[in-house]
Design a protein around this ligand. Structure first.
Ligand SMILES: CC(C)(COP(=O)(O)OP(=O)(O)OC[C@H]1O[C@@H](n2cnc3c(N)ncnc32)[C@H](O)[C@@H]1OP(=O)(O)O)[C@@H](O)C(=O)NCCC(=O)NCCS
Length: 168
């Protein structure tokens, strides 16, 4: 994703009922995504190349060691409301996990307690709830913490960096 893509991704967020409930507007989304672009993570987009204006189908933001300064974290994933249920989310999640897994086998994310469709989506992709944060972002809403440990082949030269990172 480049700064040129920010308005379309921000509009996607502003048009998604989930994020509207969190008070997200096109301008607040744009500011957040601009921060994300400047930060240590990556933003990947799914685009429809068959149309001239290269319309954006969805995006995912992922941060290596964004969880507990140790594990992969996916702060945001979103698909155009008109394009859900066609595998775009699955493709974005796979892209994020592949990039994160170069650093850690673990991926964390949070999902709202009322967002049962997304919970099903994550569970189908191997995530399990391991915690809950009541009223963390919005009063009356619990953010569920989901975790997936990918099984990856760790070569010996990467073992210290990936498979055997010290705890504490
Ligand atoms: C959650 C979200 C990212 C999932 O993206 P998606 O593109 O709809 O996901 P997929 O299409 O891969 O899978 C969703 C459904 O489509 C079905 N599906 C997957 N591939 C498909 C395909 N090629 N053809 C038809 N259906 C398909 C899946 O079986 C699934 O069905 P189910 O939900 O009834 O079990 C998306 O719905 C979204 O952006 N939601 C709003 C924002 C949000 O909740 N974000 C997550 C919390 S931050």
């Amino acid at each position: 994703m480049t700064p040129d893509d920010l308005p379309a991704c921000a509009d996607l967020m502003a048009n998604t009922s989930l994020w509207r409930r969190y008070g997200v507007t096109a301008s607040s989304a744009r500011a957040r995504l601009a921060d994300a672009l400047d930060g240590p993570g990556r933003l990947f987009m799914a685009v429809d190349d068959s149309v001239d204006d290269r319309s954006i189908l969805g995006f995912v933001w992922c941060v290596r060691r964004g969880a507990f300064a140790r594990s992969g974290y996916i702060p945001l994933i979103g698909v155009q409301p008109s394009e859900t249920g066609r595998g775009v989310g699955a493709a974005l999640l796979a892209k994020a996990e592949a990039w994160l897994s170069e650093d850690s086998p673990d991926v964390f994310l949070t999902v709202s307690d009322f967002n049962t469709a997304a919970q099903r989506f994550y569970q189908r992709h191997g995530y399990a709830q391991v915690g809950a944060l009541p009223n963390y972002v919005l009063d009356g809403v619990t953010e569920l913490i989901y975790w997936k440990r990918r099984s990856i082949a760790v070569t010996s030269d990467r073992a210290d960096r990936v498979g055997r990172r010290p705890g504490g």
